[in-house]
Design a protein around this ligand. Structure first.
Ligand code: CP
Length: 330
């Protein structure tokens, strides 16, 4: 079935196909390609872009989306196997998901990490449980480990600015925040850029390493696509000659690591040494003058709104492939 839980569900050729079709459909809308389709959207966490762009994709395609906010108008849902349900969770995914699959043609699910167990996060526990119980295609709207729709929108945005992505130097840099945020977005940017064959530089302070399972996946993918990955604690070195600065806050690997390192907040000055045509990317939401300076966000280098628009364009392709049962990994 055409589930998309992580970028590996598409593979390099599937990613290329999604980007090609998204670019074509951005230039010329496909019309009612989802006529009659019903999407169930299950949110364990809040959203602005994801919810709106998925609903819009169904609406523009002639289908319909039903939005469920878990615990706010629906029962709280248990995902763990073998637990006695004597807490605040009223219903198990084992019943809830097969029931929803009798009603809808497609499911989309958002379930972030709760930050308590990074090793567990890397099994993508809720999304993978839903994949097991589902009888219709499931698309991740951000899980504990990956945010594949964001990664695809990021690639489309880079392709629009630079054309062929093979060998493109791009920098993913840690940025400060008041909270230890999940790593799904940086993981997905890294895995997507490696899938596309980019020259990826990953910069973060000590104690903010990405999980070894993601780095191992990136290394295996790089061998297939010709991408490279260089990790450094020197942000300026990572940015030198780069075409993209992708700042993102994420939590430390060790509790108590310093979170507020203001010098890591990208400003206009961080563009010095980058390519003249360098662009700023960010998945949004962004905390101004904490994660990224206002001056940089408001500069002509910023592509953050284009990136958000591109969520719609890549998602309508994923919905189409899932509804019309087109193979993902080819
Ligand atoms: N980038 C993104 O997923 O935005 P939302 O959290 O607003 O959906």
């Amino acid at each position: 079935m055409n589930h998309v839980i992580g970028i590996h569900d598409l593979g390099p050729s599937g990613v290329r196909q999604v980007l090609d079709q998204a670019a074509d459909w951005k230039a010329q809308s496909p019309g009612e390609h989802l006529k009659g389709a019903v999407l169930g959207m299950v949110f364990f966490n809040p959203s602005l872009r994801t919810r709106t762009s998925f609903e819009l994709a169904m609406l523009r395609g002639g289908g319909h989306a039903i939005v469920l906010e878990v615990g706010a108008g629906t029962w709280k849902l248990e995902s763990r196997e073998g637990v006695i349900m004597d807490g605040d969770k009223t219903e198990h995914l084992k019943e809830a998901i097969p029931v929803l699959c009798r009603y809808v043609d497609l499911l989309a699910v958002r379930s972030f990490s709760d930050g308590t167990d990074e090793d567990l996060d890397h099994t993508e526990p809720v999304l993978e449980a839903i994949r097991r119980y589902a009888t219709v295609p499931v698309i991740s709207m951000e899980g504990a480990r990956e945010h594949p729709c964001q990664g695809l929108a990021d690639l489309l945005t880079m392709r629009e600015n630079f054309g062929d992505l093979k060998g493109l130097p791009v920098t993913l840099t840690w940025a400060p925040h008041i909270k230890p945020l999940p790593k799904a977005v940086p993981n997905s940017f890294l895995l997507s850029a490696i899938t596309a064959g980019c020259q990826v530089r990953l910069a973060h302070p000590p104690g903010f390493e990405l999980h070894e399972s993601v780095l191992a996946q990136a290394a295996a993918l790089a061998a297939e696509t010709g991408a490279t990955l260089k990790t450094t604690q020197d942000q300026a070195a990572a940015l030198a000659g780069s075409a993209v600065i992708y700042p993102k806050a994420w939590g430390p690997t060790v509790a108590g690591a310093e979170l507020s390192q203001a010098s890591w907040c990208p400003t206009i000055a961080h563009l010095n040494g980058m390519r003249a045509d360098a662009i700023l990317m960010h998945c949004l939401p962004v905390r101004r003058d904490l994660e990224v300076s206002s001056e940089l966000l408001d500069s002509p280098h910023s592509r953050v709104v284009d990136e958000a628009e591109n969520r719609f364009h890549v998602q309508r392709v994923l919905l189409d492939r899932a509804y019309h049962k087109k193979e993902n990994s080819l």
